[in-house]
Design a protein around this ligand. Structure first.
Ligand SMILES: Nc1ncnc2c1ncn2[C@@H]1O[C@H](COP(=O)(O)OP(=O)(O)OP(=O)(O)O)[C@@H](O)[C@H]1O
Ligand SMILES: Nc1ccn([C@@H]2O[C@H](COP(=O)(O)O)[C@@H](O)[C@H]2O)c(=O)n1
Length: 231
């Protein structure tokens, strides 16, 4: 629950990056809720534009087709950590953006510079409008989107821990196949030319492999409170 101290504390911008399945979304939502901050899931925005490309018959293997269409969809993100919302041209796409098809195509779409320029601008305007402060999670938040963030966290976890978490979530999914899919997406996201997945030089790295979600949340809350105390 949000405390009185949280409501009166100065706005703080927190960037949380890391590979897939390291706990970015779960941690960011809980930290934002606990500290009375807004929350932005930037992966959902890349998924939303990918969903629009697929739905509109754009060939996601052709970067020039993606680039030409990048400005067309109107993507709106909610910032309430208790009810993260995302719409494309007024349609709620919170469910459709989590399909296997979108997951398998999102790295190709997010690698296109015109897509990144459009989504980055959107992310910066949302962060600038968050009066109480915001937790923004993704792959390039600390390096590119918000390089002046007050606190940058880079979450990691072993591929085995991440695959076990994801296959638990996808009830019954084969753990080896899940691990391969995670690794494939990480390689694509880390090796693209434009703002790849990377740890910012001034980010605090937290290896979550052997930590419970609650321990990770407590660790990040402590880091945010420590940062606020020095401002
Ligand atoms: N420390 C942890 N211990 C155990 N399970 C965890 C931990 N952190 C997250 N999880 C679980 O792992 C799964 C993936 O977490 P989450 O979606 O937060 O990761 P993510 O980094 O945001 O992934 P992606 O980038 O693919 O969206 C969820 O089911 C979540 O509950
Ligand atoms: N800042 C970001 C965030 C995400 N991406 C791309 O979106 C994909 C989906 O992200 P999830 O967090 O929902 O798994 C991800 O694999 C990246 O391709 C990005 O490029 N930059």
């Amino acid at each position: 629950m949000e405390s009185t101290a949280a409501r009166t504390a100065p706005a703080v911008i927190v960037a949380i990056d890391g590979p897939s399945g390291t706990g970015k979304s779960s941690t960011s939502k809980a930290v934002a809720t606990q500290l009375g901050l807004s929350y932005l899931d930037t992966g959902a925005q890349y998924r939303a534009i990918t969903w629009w490309m697929v739905t509109n018959g754009i060939d996601v293997a052709d970067p020039s087709s993606i680039a030409a269409a990048a400005g067309k969809p109107d993507i709106v993100s909610g910032t309430d950590p208790a009810a993260p919302a995302i719409t494309v041209d007024g349609t709620d796409v919170a469910g459709p953006i989590r399909t296997q098809e979108v997951t398998s195509k999102v790295s190709a779409v997010s690698a296109v510079p015109e897509v990144r320029a459009r989504i980055t601008e959107l992310q910066r305007s949302i962060a600038a409008a968050a009066g109480q402060g915001i937790v923004v999670e993704g792959r390039d938040i600390g390096t590119t989107v918000l390089p002046d963030a007050d606190l940058k966290i880079f979450l990691t976890a072993s591929p085995e821990a991440r695959a076990a978490r994801r296959s638990g979530e996808l009830k019954g999914a084969d753990v080896n196949a899940t691990r391969e899919a995670l690794m494939k997406r990480d390689v694509a996201d880390s090796t693209r030319k434009t703002s790849p997945l990377a740890k910012a030089a001034d980010a605090v790295e937290v290896d979550t492999s052997d930590l419970t979600l609650q321990q990770v949340i407590e660790c990040v809350v402590t880091l945010v409170e420590g940062k606020r105390a020095t401002r």
